[in-house]
Design a protein around this ligand. Sequence first.
Ligand SMILES: Cc1cc2nc3c(=O)[nH]c(=O)nc-3n(C[C@H](O)[C@H](O)[C@H](O)COP(=O)(O)OP(=O)(O)OC[C@H]3O[C@@H](n4cnc5c(N)ncnc54)[C@H](O)[C@@H]3O)c2cc1C
Length: 401
Amino acid sequence: MANGAGNHYGFELPEELIMLRDQIRRFMREEVKPIEDTLPHDATGCAPADLARLRGLAEAMGLTRLTVPEEHGGNQLSALARAIVAEESAKCRLGGYAPALGAFGGGPPNILWSGTPTQIERYAKPCIDGAKRAFVAITEPTGGSDPRNNISTRAERRGDAWVLNGRKMWITAAKGADFGVVFARTKDGGGGAPPEITAFIVEPGFPGIEFNEIKVIRALSPYEIVLDNCEVPAENVLGEVGRGFGVAQAWLVDARIPYAAGCIGIAQEALDMACGWVKQRPTRDGMLADKQAVQWMIADSEVELRAARMLVYDAASKVDAGQPGKVDASVCKLYGTETAGRVVDRAMQMFGGMGMAKEMPLERWYRELRVKRIGEGPSEVHRMVIARDKLNRTDGGHYFG
Ligand SMILES: Cc1cc2nc3c(=O)[nH]c(=O)nc-3n(C[C@H](O)[C@H](O)[C@H](O)COP(=O)(O)OP(=O)(O)OC[C@H]3O[C@@H](n4cnc5c(N)ncnc54)[C@H](O)[C@@H]3O)c2cc1C
């Protein structure tokens, strides 16, 4: 790897973050890589015994619970540190959807920390050590880009329960999860006011819930969730009735920075692999690495990745300094995901036929990164958020920006 050591990007990372980054690089190289080399190309995780061992190692190195607040027994890192963890841990075949094959744990949806003490004990804490897994269901067939207006799943209060009716779409890994946070409309808008949205903790064992797999371009399937008079106990309202959207929005905005960082990690790995390949691939008159056409693909990729990484560091530093990071997070998400897609595409080009082979991780990353331009808000929505900020516009919908 050409860029293996030191603080080579010019951004003054604090010494402890350089150490964290190097520690994760070592963990990925020495512990994760040997396991993932044995996995089928479209695996979405590793064997439970391997995962338990990786978790134990990560725990011993202090690399777990990184998104869990200290008051809940976690080791919550700064936004900048989380971006670095996301970038380094995505440098594996499973890519951004399974950082270090799940070894880093600490994965309750952060919105759960706004729950009651009972909800936190019952739902959030078991996620930290991997005993429970959750999904988050916002998007519906009516559209995901403007969820506040598009959520038409209804929740009606009946005695001690809320009754949910509607359909959710594209919900990642919903089947097999122990519970999910489902957003539903509890009051229509009107007179210029938006509809009120409430978050509910829903278990798959509740009556009136059904999951249907949707096969998509990437390995990890999302699901349709059908809620047919699904009864949710009143104590499973997460946060306040009618305030679900605000909590979700703050959390999703925060998640965009590591989301972009993970994409950059995948693309950096692809570029480094391509650089290794072109140096050893002979042509009639020299190596592929001697060709200007190839060098330009490498140079463009390196420049774009450095720029994307700087945007991530900048946004994370602003968030850590307590400044509003909403537009910066959209900038990162837009540029990070689009850059990563371009870089992996160029890496595949440099590998030629080998770039198409399932035994290489490239085609998998390519498919995964395609989703990243849609998930967590499509590129167009983030462009709109950035443009509206530049133009001082406050009109329009209630996008996750
Ligand atoms: C594999 C996968 C996993 C997912 N996982 C989850 C999950 O776990 N939980 C969850 O809640 N959702 C999930 N989603 C849903 C995802 O967040 C939505 O697909 C996304 O927000 C876009 O919503 P939509 O598909 O309804 O597209 P639409 O809102 O119908 O938009 C379609 C396209 O129109 C364009 N567009 C939309 N609005 C505008 C605008 N205002 N201006 C210009 N162009 C616009 C964009 O190009 C957009 O891609 C997942 C999606 C996929 C594909």
